[in-house]
Design a protein around this ligand. Structure first.
Ligand SMILES: NC(=O)C1=CN([C@@H]2O[C@H](COP(=O)(O)OP(=O)(O)OC[C@H]3O[C@@H](n4cnc5c(N)ncnc54)[C@H](OP(=O)(O)O)[C@@H]3O)[C@@H](O)[C@H]2O)C=CC1
Ligand SMILES: O=C(O)C1=N[C@H](C(=O)O)C[C@H](O)C1
Length: 269
């Protein structure tokens, strides 16, 4: 499918919400609706107040059904509770596809998303940038090639306002590394290094987290043996990379049957 998509953006006043709205306007898509938290100052004000070039006659709503009405795609980069609440209303509102960028879901919440994918085409990713998705493929490949005597460690750095840790991207990289070792991350995740008995366990995948100022997102995977270290890394220099990836995912999802997809499916990686 080419041409204009009808889009609704959840959490439109947030960092990613604004990026998504601005990328959608730039690409000529129709912004038919937007949501915000019940306490948000942005509720009821024209979307053009938030994003240059956005329509004057669309206002952020706290009611998901109203925000989603008329949209083909719901783009959601908010908080786990908000995303799950929205999923309950989207099918009835006529939405065909959903793009979820929100991170920080627990296992029970992941299961709720999988259930919603029984009736909606959902693309969910902890990172929508091309670079990070390629980095995941490279990480899997390196983990396949290197034995347990190469320690896998993942370091992520983000801005001081990020609430979840480790980042969704770090967990994607951990999943990729674990898959390369023929296992799941649940089995291979190293307990945090903290306290008097915090030695590394052979074959485990460790995570370190930094929060600092305005850093958009930096990820590093190291494979360390006794005598050499391989480092694979990615830095996001602009949030628009996530928004452009999300719009590509939206376009792709509109052509798919109901199901749960990720960026590997969209990019054919
Ligand atoms: N997958 C990817 O490529 C990327 C994912 N992310 C993820 O996206 C999420 C959002 O990140 P970011 O934009 O930086 O965060 P922000 O806090 O800037 O934005 C989130 C927005 O959602 C709003 N919100 C909260 N509850 C609701 C609700 N019930 N209904 C509607 N809106 C709501 C917030 O409002 P309020 O502030 O008033 O609570 C806020 O405006 C995070 O989970 C982050 O990790 C971020 C970048 C890329
Ligand atoms: O919260 C953020 O900002 C980001 N979140 C995503 C994550 O949790 O990995 C993606 C990106 O790194 C920015």
């Amino acid at each position: 499918m080419t041409g204009t998509m009808k889009l609704a953006i959840a959490g439109v006043a947030g960092r990613m919400g604004r990026q998504l709205a601005s990328a959608a306007v730039e690409a000529g898509h129709a912004l038919t609706g937007a949501s915000e938290a019940p306490s948000s100052d942005a509720l009821g004000a024209p979307l053009s107040n938030l994003v240059h070039g956005a329509p004057d006659d669309v206002q952020p709503q706290s009611d998901v059904a109203k925000a989603a009405s008329g949209a083909d795609v719901w783009l959601d980069f908010t908080r786990p509770g908000a995303t799950l609440d929205a999923l309950k209303h989207l099918k009835a509102a006529g939405v065909k596809a959903v793009v979820i960028g929100t991170t920080g879901f627990d296992a029970a919440q992941e299961a709720e998303i999988a259930e919603a994918a029984g009736e909606l085409a959902i693309v969910k990713a902890g990172n929508f940038s091309l670079g990070v998705n390629l980095l995941c493929a490279l990480t899997k490949r390196a983990a396949e090639s290197l034995g347990e005597d190469w320690d896998i460690e993942i370091l992520e750095t983000h801005h001081r306002r990020k609430v979840d840790a480790p980042s969704g991207t770090a967990l994607m990289l951990g999943d990729a590394a674990a898959a390369g070792r023929g296992a799941g991350l649940k089995a291979l995740r190293q307990a945090p290094y903290d306290g008097p008995d915090a030695a590394r366990e052979a074959g485990k995948i460790g995570f370190s987290v930094r929060r600092s100022g305005g850093v958009i997102g930096e990820h590093e995977v190291t494979f360390g043996s006794e005598k050499e270290v391989i480092t694979l890394a990615h830095s996001a220099l602009d949030r628009s990379v996530f928004a452009h990836g999300a719009l590509a995912a939206a376009r792709w999802a509109l052509r798919q049957p109901a199901g749960l997809y990720d960026m590997n499916d969209v990019l054919g990686l």
